[in-house]
Design a protein around this ligand. Structure first.
Ligand code: HEC
Length: 197
C-alpha cells in the first residue's frame, strides 16, 4: 500500500469519526427538544394514591413504621374495629379476625390461614375500617396487625412489627400455598356464589 493512500485512508477515517460525533450531537439535541415539551408534567402522588400502592406478599413496598400488639389493642378499640368484629375479634357481626374456620361457601379465609403476613397489613391499610377505609396511619396498621397476629398465636406479645420483621412472620399456611395456575376461561371458581336474598 502506497504512503499517499495510507494518508488518504487515515484522513477519511478521521472525517467519518468527526461527522458521526457531529451527527450524534445534533440527534441528541433534537431528542432534547422532543423531550422538553413533557417537562413539568406529573406531580407528587397524594396520600390516597400512596396508600393504593400494593404491598407484595413478600413485603416489598411496605412503608417504614412499626407497632406492637399492646399498641394495637388501643387502635382496635379506638378505631372502631370492635363495632363490626367484636370486642376480642371473634364475636362479629362481621367475619372473625381471631380464630375462625375456612369456608369456601362464603369465600372466607380467616387471617390465620393467610399464607403471607404482609397481605394482612395491606388489606387493613386499604380496606379497613370498612366504613372509613384509609383512615389508619401507617403505625396504627402495624400495631393493629401485630395485635391480630398475636391474638391468633402467630407472634409473641412484645414482637415489634415493622417493615423488616413483618415479612419474617411465619404463617402456618405458607407451606401448603401453591402459586395459582394462570387464569383461563375454564378455570373453576375457588368458591361457591351465594345468592343474595
Ligand atoms: C363497618 C364494619 C367494619 C369495621 C368498622 C371494620 N371492619 Fe373489618 N371487615 C368488615 C367486613 C364486612 C369484612 C369482610 C369484607 C369482605 O370480605 O369483603 C371485614 C374484613 C376484615 C378483615 C379480613 C378478614 C378475613 O379473614 O378475610 C380484616 C383483617 C379486618 N376486617 C380488619 C379490620 C380492622 C383492623 C378494623 C379496625 C381498624 C376493621 N376491620 C373495622 C367490617 C368492618
Amino acid at each position: 500500500m502506497g504512503r499517499l493512500r495510507m494518508v488518504w485512508l487515515r484522513s477519511t477515517w478521521w472525517l467519518t469519526c468527526t461527522a458521526s460525533v457531529v451527527l450524534l450531537s445534533v440527534a441528541a439535541d433534537a431528542w432534547g427538544q422532543e423531550a422538553r415539551p413533557f417537562a413539568g408534567l406529573g406531580r407528587t402522588p397524594s396520600d390516597a394514591e400512596r396508600r393504593d400502592v400494593l404491598v407484595d406478599p413478600d413485603g416489598r413496598e411496605l412503608p417504614i413504621g412499626s407497632g406492637t400488639a399492646a399498641e394495637g389493642v388501643t387502635v382496635y378499640a379506638r378505631r372502631g374495629c370492635t363495632a363490626c368484629h367484636g370486642p376480642t375479634g371473634s364475636e362479629g357481626p362481621a367475619v372473625a379476625l381471631v380464630g375462625g374456620q375456612v369456608t369456601t361457601r362464603t369465600n372466607y379465609w380467616p387471617i390465620r390461614h393467610w399464607p403471607f403476613a404482609p397481605s394482612i397489613w395491606d388489606y387493613i391499610r386499604r380496606a379497613m375500617p370498612y366504613d372509613r377505609p384509609g383512615t389508619l396511619t401507617v403505625d396504627e396498621v402495624y400495631a393493629v396487625t401485630a395485635f391480630l397476629l398475636y391474638r391468633n398465636d402467630l407472634i409473641a406479645e412484645d414482637y415489634v412489627l415493622d417493615e423488616q420483621t413483618l415479612p419474617m412472620v411465619e404463617m402456618p399456611a405458607r407451606a401448603a400455598y401453591q402459586v395459582p395456575q394462570a387464569w383461563t376461561l375454564e378455570t373453576p371458581r375457588g368458591f361457591e356464589i351465594v345468592p343474595e336474598h
